[in-house]
Design a binder for this molecule. Structure first.
Ligand code: IMP
Ligand code: MG
Length: 182
């Protein structure tokens, strides 16, 4: 039984994602020349994107990870966010770039950004691989956005459904019966 059997349709192939990520890395490298770049990844969904993005950035940078949980089940975020794992690095003076897998309602990242602002970084910007602007509820937008996606629940390349499918190298939508099984 392969994970591929659960996929209804492939939206972005591994090659297409690769091109999108390289393009983001190029833009970021230009903009952060001479800055003090710190990439911050919010676990776990953005870990695959982070790993590829950092290797397409050509200027010096540091990385750090944090983890938050948003209470909510299935395919929606509740907006109530809890810090599970804090960053290791003291943010003072760093040019922070928050690396997100997907900006949906924006509630999670809004919370994270407000919290990190209080720690006096030199700047904060947001880089998201996927953006669902129609779903936005919080006042937040991405400075770097890989590509817009329709209002559908996607999996793969780090994105999960019920903690599965993160290891798919491409982005797809699941067959309807898979979402229903839970
Ligand atoms: P937000 O707070 O509503 O913006 O939720 C953002 C988080 O919800 C992302 O970091 C993902 O973990 C998750 N999420 C939102 N949309 C999707 C999707 O289509 N597939 C998988 N996870 C998603
Ligand atoms: Mg998730």
């Amino acid at each position: 039984m392969s994970m591929n059997d659960d996929i209804k349709e492939v939206y972005f192939s591994a090659e297409e994602i690769g091109d999108i990520v390289k393009n983001l890395g190029k833009r970021i490298s230009e903009d952060y020349e001479g800055k003090n770049l710190l990439l911050v990844s919010v676990l776990k969904g953005s870990v695959v994107f982070m790993a590829d993005l950092m290797r397409s950035i050509t200027v010096p940078c540091r990385i750090d990870f944090m983890s938050v949980s948003s209470y909510g089940s299935g395919t929606k975020t509740s907006g109530v966010v809890k810090l599970q794992k804090d960053l290791d690095i003291n943010l003072e003076g760093y040019d922070l770039l928050l690396v997100e897998d997907i900006l949906d309602s924006g509630k999670t990242l809004f919370y994270v950004r407000e919290m990190l602002k209080t720690r006096n970084p030199a700047s904060i910007r947001i880089c998201t691989l996927f953006d669902k602007p129609d779903r936005r509820e919080a006042d937040i937008h991405a400075d770097y956005s890989g590509t817009l996606v329709p209002d559908e629940f996607i999996v793969g390349y780090g994105l999960d459904f019920d903690e599965k499918y993160r290891n798919l190298p491409y982005i797809g939508v699941l067959k309807p019966e898979i979402y229903g099984e839970n």
